[in-house]
Design a protein around this ligand. Sequence first.
Ligand SMILES: [Zn+2]
Ligand SMILES: [Zn+2]
Length: 456
Amino acid sequence: MIDLHSHTNESDGTFTPEELVNLAMERKLDALAISDHDTFAGFDQALPIAQAGGLDLVCGVELSTRIKGSKLRTVHLLAYFLHQPPPPDFREWLGELITGRRDRNQRLITSLQEQGLDITLPEVERMGRTLTGRPHFARILIDKGYVSSFDEAFRRYLGESAPSYVERFAPYVPEAIHRVNLAGGLPVIAHPIRLGYRDAAEEEKFIGELRDAGLRGIEVFHSDHRQADMERYAGLARKFNLAVTGGSDFHGTVKPQISLGTGCNENLNIPKSILDNLRAELAQLPLDPAMHLLNGMFFEAYFNKAGEFRGRKLKGRYLDRLFKLQTVKKFAPSIDFIRKALQPYKIHLPILPSATPGSVEFVMTVRRSDPPRVKSLKLRGRELLTTDEEEEDFSTDVWKLSFVKFTIERLTRRLAEAWSIPPEQVKILCDQKLDRKTEFRLPKGGSITWPEGGIS
Ligand SMILES: [Zn+2]
Ligand SMILES: [Zn+2]
């Protein structure tokens, strides 16, 4: 039996790392993952103790993330580092998250003090440690008699409509998934039941979107999951080709109904083969992406030094040469690596590097006049041709191609350049049979633009 989800007192559990390791060994677990919220501090302390005792200890972390457009919903994302420890820049990023949350809490304290309340940061942090959030503030406001309930605390002081409201601090879920993948970790959606979907189709759609953003696993087994939930999530794992994980989410005495290994009312009995499969899944990625030259070159073309997607500023010329290597068999792991890293940005890219390259088809219709004029130019159903001169857009994110006249050859070259794809992969399908030397014109005032909302 294994347990891949547990917390120490370095986040919101009550057991010290040593006590947790000892409990796992007493229970004769084959493996234990410590997955504290936003910190590796518990894992770091537990590792030498586990090694001395012969326990297979897995490095994990549970990230609090949020969804764009939803102020309420928090998504917990587990990350497992199965082959190598998390790299320094990932640890640094976690540090920034904790500092960001601390700054937010300090602003909230200041705002409450300005309203005459006696409350300090150290006393709130004693309750919440690295994960101090609004519920801990509410607890203290109740204890001090300022309010009589959680509801009142949120209504008067902590909620969105309260005068002292300060925005929650958490990364968006696609960014978190992306960071975990780049760090060589396995991103897994934690206890999906808590996403709170009543409609199974909606739930499936959301998990599908996370998969497209680079999610690679789903926590099928969890203390909160009933038998039917586990079956549903195992089905989604098969459907979306996600790795299966599971754990009790043990927190010690604050959640006494949950036992390490066996979960809630013995609803868990996770076999060791689950962990073996995870290790095999992760082995498919190059172990150290940064050490891999081609990975680095691809990465440099698409992302800046801060790891941010370059957007319209892709290094297109450079990519053109890299794309030539994509079908070379021994480079396949690099192609796989960059495809995974680019999952969250697919909407901006007409084509990703691929071992089996496809083409980008532009569909052009022309009016048979002299010279022939373009009536429409579509990419995957999206119109690229615009004739509206009124709507001047000065944003640097928008490109426009204007031509006096052009041949298919010249258009192919310019489109390839603008979309950062090799010219060989650009196909222009025209509704008229015309010679490659024929010169076309755009309609008066017409230009070719990026379709609104990208393509997918
Ligand atoms: Zn959680
Ligand atoms: Zn948890």
